[in-house]
Ligand binder design. Structure first.
Ligand code: IVH
Length: 792
């Protein structure tokens, strides 16, 4: 803050700057500064307000956090009733509406010579949220209310104040002294998904759809809860107003926009009802791509004078109509639950439904994902369920109607045997390691253990093996794979390489040339890169990126096949779970045989042979100790042990006195370390990991040497605040892979600081020292420009 400026002045300046950024972001959809810059302004304002609490006003952007919980909502009478809309479902309803409007306005019906009497309509999407009334007096938001029964609603002022894109004070000039804005508060799709993920994580019930989530969030007596929900407003009209307003609906909405209120970006003017119809079609096409849910479009006579002339009928205006899209949710009966077997043997429950029309398509199946989902929904066979279909997405079951459960409803049971091959079905296990111990819990996935002996898995495995991004065998479509498997010609991917001309020509749809083409395509796939080959094997949880990473880091199939899970986790982005999948895939006798056969039948891997030199930088003694997860030994403790002892052997054999010499290592930590290595199995495992790291050339002794050739060698970085696209650990791993040291605190030796939202004292210190500070976006750009391990 320049010294001449008072805190009050700076606070006012920051507030108006933040408001201006909010306006650009929410209303104009043109963000003007990176998030990090916005966060900095916000933090500065918060800090100044904390120093000067007397300067805090309810309209400060920092005050959208919610306040004291209420006991009940007060009541609000709407002086201008909040009406509802008539609905049109088909063209005829729309044409009738237009005819009534013209008759009401005494306009002649259109004749052959043109559209002289076309009515101008405003067109906007019908958002699926909750209608609200926002009262501004002298430009200040003084009240927010729900629609209620249209005459009386509930006072939700504290809640609406937490909605980020509702201005607490109007911008610009020229607004009426009393202005009641009407609009819809809704939850964007992305926010809804994120909220539901959070609900599930915390064991709470997820919301069925964004509308329910918005309604549930707004009707909270505790506005702090509302503040934590991703709600937004879209203004679509005006109720009370004591001043001059533009004389068209679109004019009014644009005035609202200029006063800081968000309006629909899809707002259009239509001349005549045919234009309205085209708008309905265009928005229907766009529906899935819109970031929020809509259930139709609304047409309103644009001229305010004409609106007055037309007036109301019962509780609906004669000048507006909602043109609804076909419903996306319907009710039907759950006839049965069948189980499908996927490529990795996962058995997925699939709902068989009594066929029902949903949004113009007959739906008779819906996915149930896994048994946890079945349990969460609580569905039984025979239940009446709510199904939803959106775009091309597979229909989903949202819930059930408990009152309609029949007496003979049956529970959904996982089969004990695979429905395709009869092998046993096992529940997957989740492996977690914490405090030095591995714990195994039950996962939500069931798997057929038959692997390639199961026809369903075999077919899927081969379809995957030959796919474009894997071995890329052109012309080997799903139907052909099915025939090959059904005729017993192919029992593993290796069998593809001994198919003969005589066998192929016998297949349905094959003749001389197509046979030759297929055999040539198979032949041409014999030299895959290591990464493609790993991906083609179809190891559970190993996608293309992981396959590339494995190939790049370890360089040979032999090493990948032998790598211990504890060594694999050194690679950035490979967790314990995936590491175990990779390891057990290569342990499996049948998989080994297939790989040997593939090689014997002429599949020649384009291996890199060499270990990637950069990989070495990932492995350090401190890292190894840290990853063992010994209770009370955090990463700083691990670093101190490594610095002091220099080798794993020395740490394992250190006695109590040696350990007590380690600077700032608590007694508890020393005891825990001793207990840990006193178990021969723990010491053996640590040595085994060390030996493999050493063998693979990933040893800490070479760390400095290896790092020397890397782009960030010799630099010290600090990560602070939250990173949005990756975890802090991942950021650390990526920096280390590029040769940087990642430190926990900022000092004059720090090269660069990456600061995400919520960054605190470290960021302040970095600014004080004049260090380079990057936000996440710039950080990512920087990383992308450097070549390290794990990224191409
Ligand atoms: S105008 C007198 N415009 O639909 C006109 N309503 O069925 C009153 N809605 O309660 C409403 N988007 O909750 C209007 N662009 C829009 C709308 C919209 C959604 C909702 C609103 C209203 C209901 C009427």
């Amino acid at each position: 803050m320049p010294s001449a400026q008072t805190a009050a002045e700076r606070i006012a300046e920051l507030r108006s700057e933040i408001d201006a950024h909010n306006y650009r972001y929410y209303v104009l959809d043109e963000p003007s500064v990176p998030d990090a810059e916005y966060d900095r302004l916000f933090k500065e304002l918060k800090a100044l307000e904390a120093e000067h609490p007397e300067l805090v006003t309810p309209e400060s952007p920092t005050q959208r956090v919610g306040g004291e919980a209420l006991a009940t909502f007060g009541q609000v009478r709407h002086e201008v009733p909040m009406l509802s809309l008539g609905n049109a479902f088909e063209e005829k309803h729309l044409v009738d509406f237009d005819r009534r409007v013209r008759e009401g306005l005494d306009l002649p019906a259109g004749d052959l010579f043109g559209a002289g009497a076309e009515v101008e309509y405003s067109c906007e999407p019908k958002l699926d949220g909750l209608a609200v009334s926002l009262l501004y007096e002298n430009g200040h938001l003084v009240r927010g209310a729900t629609r209620g029964d249209g005459s009386t609603g509930e006072d939700i002022s504290a809640n609406v104040r937490t909605v980020r894109n509702i201005p607490l004070k109007l911008h610009g000039t020229g607004w009426p002294a009393v202005l009641e804005v009407r609009g819809e508060i809704y939850m964007p799709k992305a926010g809804f998904e994120a909220l539901n993920a959070r609900q599930l994580e915390s064991g709470a019930k997820p919301f069925a759809n964004p509308r329910n989530a918005a309604a549930g969030s707004l009707r909270q007596l505790d506005s702090k809860i509302t503040a934590s929900r991703p709600l937004e407003l879209c203004a679509y009209g005006v109720g009370r107003s004591d001043g001059e307003l533009p004389d068209t609906h679109i004019g009014i909405l644009n005035a609202l926009k200029s006063w800081g209120l968000p309006i629909s970006r899809e707002l259009k003017l239509a001349k005549g009802i045919a234009d309205c119809w085209a708008y309905y079609d265009a928005i229907g096409e766009k529906r899935d791509a819109l970031p929020y849910e809509i259930d139709g479009v609304v047409f309103k006579v644009n001229s305010v004078a004409q609106q007055r002339e037309l007036g109301f009928r019962a509780r609906e205006p004669r000048w507006a109509i909602a043109h609804k899209f076909p419903a996306r949710e319907e009710v039907t009966e759950l006839l049965d639950v069948e189980f499908q077997v996927g490529r990795t043997g996962a058995i997925t429950p699939v709902a068989r439904l009594k066929p029902v029309q949903v949004a113009g398509v007959t739906v008779s199946n819906a996915t149930l994902h896994n048994m946890d989902e079945v349990a969460r929904l609580g569905v039984m066979i025979g239940d009446t369920v709510i199904v939803r279909r959106a775009g091309d997405v597979i229909p989903q079951i949202l819930g059930l109607i408990p009152e309609r459960r029949p007496a003979d409803a049956r529970a959904v049971q996982v089969p004990e045997q695979c429905p395709v091959c009869g092998s046993a079905v096992e529940r997957t296990q989740l492996i977690k390691r914490s405090k030095g111990r591995e714990s195994v819990s039950e996962g939500s996935i069931y798997r057929c253990v038959g692997r390639l002996a199961c026809q369903a898995q075999l077919k899927q495995a081969i379809i995957h093996f030959v796919s474009r991004r894997a071995m890329d065998i052109d012309g080997l479509g799903d139907k052909i794979v099915e025939q090959l498997v059904d005729r017993g010609l192919v029992n593993s991917p290796a069998d593809l390489y001994c198919l003969t001309r005589e066998q192929v020509i016998e297949l349905e749809g094959f003749a001389e040339i197509s046979t030759r083409n297929l055999l040539n395509a198979i032949d041409a796939s014999r030299k895959p890169t290591l990464a493609r080959f790993i991906y083609a094997l179809g190891i559970p949880d190993v996608g293309e990126e992981t396959a590339k990473l494995l190939a790049r880091a370890l360089g040979s199939l032999e090493r990948i096949g032998r790598a211990l899970p504890d060594v694999l986790v050194y690679l950035p982005e490979i967790g314990l779970e995936v590491a175990h999948e990779i390891h057990s895939f290569f342990e499996d006798e049948h998989n080994r045989t297939v790989i040997t056969q593939l090689r014997a039948r002429g599949v020649e891997l384009q291996e890199e042979g060499e270990l990637h030199p950069e990989f070495a930088a990932c492995a350090t003694l401190a890292g190894l100790i840290d990853k063992l997860n010994i209770p009370f030994i955090a990463s700083t403790g691990a670093q101190r042990l490594a610095d002091r002892f220099g080798s794993l052997d020395a740490i394992i054999s250190a006695d109590w006195l040696d350990l007590r010499q380690v600077e700032r290592l608590t007694e508890k930590a020393a005891r825990s370390l001793r207990d840990y290595f006193d178990h021969p199995e723990n010491a053996r495992r640590a040595r085994q990991i060390e030996a493999q790291l050493r063998e693979f050339g990933m040893h800490w002794q070479s760390e400095r040497k290896q790092a020397a050739g890397l782009p960030l060698a010799g630099q010290t970085w600090v990560l602070t605040g939250t990173l949005e696209t990756m975890s802090r650990d991942e950021g650390k791993a990526r920096l280390e892979a590029l040769g940087a040291k990642v430190a926990g605190s900022v000092s004059a030796k720090t090269t660069c600081v990456v600061a995400g939202p919520g960054a605190g004292s470290k960021l302040a210190k970095a600014n004080e020292l004049g260090l380079e500070v990057l936000d996440e976006e710039v950080f990512l750009e920087r990383l992308a420009g450097l070549k390290g391990i794990g990224r191409d």
